[in-house]
Design a protein around this ligand. Structure first.
Ligand SMILES: Nc1ncnc2c1ncn2[C@@H]1O[C@H](COP(=O)(O)OP(=O)(O)OP(=O)(O)O)[C@@H](O)[C@H]1O
Length: 252
């Protein structure tokens, strides 16, 4: 059922969502609301349902019950994965997937939103607005100086940033980012927190991450999932001092 009140300031609305796999309830009556322009960090132990929640939002998995609404009246349970991507939800999986044999700049150019085939994007003259959009994205992802480098030559962390840039090129309203700092150096991790904060000035973002130092650096509201439901929600200090969160997650 659509939310009772018009959610003009809400980009994502989950209400009473459940899904089971072979009788095991991976998501259990999950309710969560994300404001437009908000960045939210999702934490929780292994098996808490974080990935399944992302799968539900992107249409990879269908809920058994409950509502998922995006940007007003879009009932996401009625759309398939491609349609949901077109509505403006971009997802980055943990492992970076960039075009290794292309330059950093061409990776962005190939990803730009618009009615272009991959080859046209590279070989045709780009429209007047594109160079500036590419420059803008390269600056956001800290790769302006590496634009002519093959993506294969980037560090692991830089490949993660490039893939985030490729998502930005699609101009999503909501970005879902899964464990971006796994395998990064401490310096890259801290830069990633700054980078995501920059992105969150213009996009709504959900970040799933286990690295609590990074989550603290993000400085945003945190939701801790456990057994498919919200266990605790609030500031990092509030959530990390919650005895239930310490018991099931932080005190491991
Ligand atoms: N397609 C599936 N078939 C069967 N069980 C599944 C499926 N997808 C997820 N599960 C189960 O649902 C539960 C939640 O898994 P999920 O991957 O969402 O957890 P998570 O919070 O992302 O964990 P992690 O931090 O390890 O990535 C787990 O017990 C998992 O084994």
């Amino acid at each position: 059922m659509a939310p009772a009140e018009p959610l003009t300031n809400t980009i994502l609305y989950l209400d009473g969502v459940s899904v089971s796999f072979d009788g095991f309830r991976a998501i259990n009556n999950l309710s969560l609301t994300l404001d437009k322009g908000e960045m939210r960090a999702i934490i929780g132990p292994n098996g808490a349902g974080k990935t399944t929640m992302m799968d539900l939002i992107t249409g990879k998995t269908r809920p058994d019950k409950g509502d998922i609404y995006f940007d007003g009246a879009h009932d996401l349970t009625r759309y398939d994965e491609a349609e949901i991507a077109n509505l403006g939800i971009g997802r980055k999986f943990q492992k970076p997937t960039v075009f290794e044999c292309h330059t950093v700049e061409d990776n962005i150019a190939l990803s730009l939103k618009g009615p272009r085939g991959a080859f046209r994007t590279i070989f045709d003259r780009r429209s007047a607005s594109e160079p500036s959009r590419i420059d803008e994205i390269l600056a956001i992802i800290r790769l302006t100086d590496r634009r002519d480098e093959l993506a294969a030559n980037l560090s692991h962390g830089q490949k993660q940033w490039l893939e985030i840039g490729m998502l930005l090129a699609q101009e999503p309203k909501l970005l879902l980012i899964d464990e971006p700092v796994a395998g990064m150096t401490d310096a890259e991790t801290e830069e990633t927190a700054r980078l995501l904060r920059d992105i969150a000035t213009r996009h709504s973002v959900i970040v799933v991450e286990h690295d609590m130092h990074f989550v603290r650096e993000l400085g945003v509201k945190v939701t801790c999932l456990h057994e498919g439901s919200v266990l605790a929600e609030g500031s990092i200090d509030h959530v990390s001092q919650d005895p239930r969160v310490i018991e099931v997650y932080l005190g491991r």
